[in-house]
Design a binder for this molecule. Structure first.
Ligand SMILES: Cc1cc2nc3c(=O)[nH]c(=O)nc-3n(C[C@H](O)[C@H](O)[C@H](O)COP(=O)(O)OP(=O)(O)OC[C@H]3O[C@@H](n4cnc5c(N)ncnc54)[C@H](O)[C@@H]3O)c2cc1C
Length: 154
């Protein structure tokens, strides 16, 4: 990272940023370009893995089957820092960027764990139940993080 003064290396602080986000952008290589798709998500610290859910078909599912790898980005704490002159304006943020192997889960228990992580992230609560049909008919994706960095403009 060029601006080392803005890098966040403390794991707890990185987890806090992730915990405060509600959208994770996944990026897939298409060869010619990249396909970037915003998704709600869940995160398991122990596994260092992100979970996503959605339809069982579509462009991201095709790209996961093709590549099995994706980049990700999350950000929060946006604030415009106003000044007198245009060039003195700045912007506050916290962000996390990384990449990892991504796969479509088949095991119902693993899928339920993914739902738990997503529901916890979105509602802050545990103890949800999921009908068997929802588990069967929903695609649950797991991204195992191999690289992750965090940056902050305070
Ligand atoms: C904040 C946020 C949270 C979301 N959370 C979820 C989630 O948890 N689960 C989920 O399945 N979906 C979520 N969505 C919708 C998601 O971004 C995709 O639209 C959806 O997952 C379908 O993706 P796909 O690759 O199957 O697209 P397809 O239906 O296959 O569509 C392919 C094409 O449609 C266009 N497209 C697809 N999605 C978008 C988009 N969001 N905006 C503009 N154009 C688009 C692109 O041109 C793309 O090439 C969320 C969207 C937002 C903005």
């Amino acid at each position: 990272m060029r601006r080392k003064d803005r890098e966040i290396t403390d794991k707890e602080r990185i987890y806090q940023i992730i915990a405060g986000c509600d959208c994770c952008r996944l990026a897939f290589s298409t060869g010619k370009s990249a396909y970037i798709v915003p998704l709600n998500f869940g995160y398991d610290r122990e596994q260092n893995a992100f979970y996503f859910h959605g339809a069982q078909e579509g462009r991201k599912i095709d790209l996961i089957r093709q590549n099995g790898y994706a980049g990700f980005e999350l950000d929060k704490n946006h604030e415009l820092l106003e000044e007198e002159k245009a060039c003195e304006y700045s912007f506050r943020y916290q962000s996390v960027i990384g990449e990892g192997a991504i796969r479509i889960l088949e095991d119902p228990e693993e899928k339920r764990h993914g739902f738990d992580c997503i529901m916890k992230q979105m509602t802050g609560r545990d103890g949800w139940e999921y009908p068997e049909a929802a588990v069967r008919h929903t695609a649950v994706l797991r991204l195992d993080v191999t690289e992750m960095s965090a940056k902050e403009k305070a």
